[in-house]
Design a protein around this ligand. Structure first.
Ligand code: NDP
Ligand code: 8X3
Length: 249
């Protein structure tokens, strides 16, 4: 019988690549996101494993609870939770930051991760097994100019990953964190509110990571032997040395 992986934010970028890769490698997939058309498309693309999709906004804790409660019995043995849903909204000095952007980043990246985890952790505890992978960021390891609230949200993911690891130790649940540098996805388009030129410029002059690179790491993490937990990985493109130092040609 396949293991089951629930991936938040599976409609795009890292989450989508992870859903496709895990499905090719013996996992049944629960894919979540807000865009129903993307979820339906993913259903047609995953043919070698079972796939179930759940459409919800991670900010809505009632909907999160309802969605996870609605899982049929044969989908409730979740082995892997990938807390991936998230984005940056805006890139502005703290003194001119937009409050709605701030709320989105804290509500999605931090509270959303908590709401989903709160529903899945009891299912894992009841089986005394599971693996939670939190997608943090280099932005959660070092702040950078104008990153402020996005940085804060990812520093929170880092703290929560460490905290979860302590609290779930006796429950035999592994907690891992992946902190990527620049990955070319829809991330910058969202950050710059649909400005495609500005988004593309972020990745020009060097070879950025792609979503598949992060999916490969997730697959490696979740296929280690039971006694091994790869607790944390910081992964850059070869041309990146810190959050702000990128060698562009
Ligand atoms: P994308 O924009 O391509 O994907 C973001 C995903 O998150 C989408 O599937 C989106 O689905 C989902 N999402 C966003 N908001 C919500 C919400 N309110 N409720 C439910 N789902 C939501 O970006 P990435 O793949 O790059 O980002 C994935 C994760 O990786 C994020 O946590 C990001 O912070 C992190 N990261 C990204 C890096 C990069 O350079 N790209 C580097 C380091 C970390 P939908 O819109 O359908 O709801
Ligand atoms: C995404 C990477 O450098 O834009 O978390 O913050 S960065």
């Amino acid at each position: 019988m396949n293991k089951i992986a629930l991936i938040t934010g599976a409609t795009s970028g890292i989450g989508r690549a992870t859903a496709l890769l895990l499905a090719q490698n013996g996992f049944d997939i629960i894919a979540t996101g807000r865009r129903a058309d993307r979820l339906q498309e993913l259903e047609t693309q995953i043919t070698t494993a079972r796939i179930l999709t759940l459409e919800f906004d991670v900010r809505d804790k009632v909907k999160v609870k309802e969605a996870i409660s609605s899982l049929p019995e044969d989908w409730r043995q979740i082995d892997v939770l990938v807390n991936n849903a998230g984005n940056a909204h805006g890139l502005a000095p703290i003194q001119s930051g937009d409050e709605q952007d701030w709320e989105m980043m804290l509500d999605i990246n931090v509270k959303g991760l908590l709401y989903v985890s709160k529903e899945i952790i009891p299912l894992m505890i009841s089986r005394q097994q599971g693996h939670i992978i939190n997608i943090g960021s280099v932005a959660g390891k070092e702040a950078y100019p104008n990153g402020n609230v996005y940085n804060a949200s990812k520093f929170a993911v880092d703290a929560l990953s460490q905290g979860m690891r302590f609290d779930l130790l006796k429950e035999n649940i592994k907690v891992s964190e992946i902190n990527p540098g620049l990955v070319q996805t829809e991330f910058s388009e969202v950050r710059f509110k649909g400005d495609k030129d500005r988004a593309e410029a972020v990745y020009q002059g060097f070879q950025p990571l792609v979503a598949q690179d992060i999916a490969d790491i997730i697959l490696f993490m979740v296929t280690r032997p039971p006694h091994v937990n790869l607790a944390e990985i910081l992964v850059y493109p070869a041309a990146q040395a810190s959050a702000t130092v990128v060698h562009k040609t």
